[in-house]
Design a protein. Structure first.
Length: 227
């Protein structure tokens, strides 16, 4: 039953991505100021949302682990961080490509970019720490503490373009002073977010299962070694 659900979610995500890519590249017109490069927003923004939602959800599971000491919550948190880190990498990469075309530079130490890069480093360190600790319970405990601490930066990333107005543009999905996106463009953006969210959910569930099997194998290895 679980495998059927995974296959169904993956199929829906794939169908949405195929439909969205057709709309984005073959149906929607170029943006009047940015031209064709604006289409990168349909990847850049959805993966940014997921790379921020993932750590926030993982923080909740980390708190649950600290209160209940159940390893399944640690597996959920770490799987979400792994997937979020990959999405954050895509977000930073697409942002740099977009910046090179629009701003004429690959990178600037803008508050939004800097805070996102800091989040990427924090959770990269989180993954490195997990890989360096052999004891399952110690790894889960330290990971939970680091996750809760690092998740504070999620709020900073999200609010940075409101707290500091520098290079990065303001919100595009909220209408302010006549801003916002055209209806067709906004629909494509939200559909792509749904597609990437489903894809992320599938990968998280697969990674949780993999980690469960890894822990079972490790427990059997330690038992055999003790004998």
């Amino acid at each position: 039953m679980r495998e059927k659900i995974l296959y169904a979610l993956a199929a829906i995500a794939a169908a949405l991505l195929v439909y969205n890519m057709n709309q984005i590249f073959l149906v929607l017109p170029d943006e009047k100021d940015q031209g064709a490069i604006y289409r990168i927003i349909f990847i850049h923004v959805p993966v940014a949302f997921i790379s921020l939602l993932g750590p926030f959800a993982a923080c909740v599971f980390s708190l649950m682990y600290l209160s209940g000491k159940r390893l399944q919550w640690d597996r959920a948190a770490s799987s979400m961080i792994e997937v979020s880190w990959v999405f954050a990498t895509v977000n930073l990469a697409t942002g740099m490509i977009w910046a090179r075309i629009i701003w004429g530079i690959w990178w600037t130490w803008d508050p939004r970019l800097t805070s996102m890069f800091t989040l990427w480093l924090l959770f990269g360190g989180y993954l490195m720490m997990r890989a360096s600790i052999q004891d399952t319970n110690q790894r889960a405990r330290l990971s939970a503490v680091l996750n809760i601490f690092a998740a504070v930066n999620v709020v900073i990333v999200y609010k940075s373009i409101e707290w500091w107005r520098t290079q990065h543009p303001g919100p595009v999905l909220t209408v302010r002073d006549g801003g916002g996106m055209a209806p067709g463009m906004e629909q494509a953006l939200w559909l792509n977010f749904l597609a990437f969210a489903l894809l992320a959910a599938v990968i998280v569930l697969v990674r949780m299962r993999q980690q469960s099997v890894e822990q079972e194998i490790e427990a059997m290895r330690r038992y055999a070694h003790a004998l």
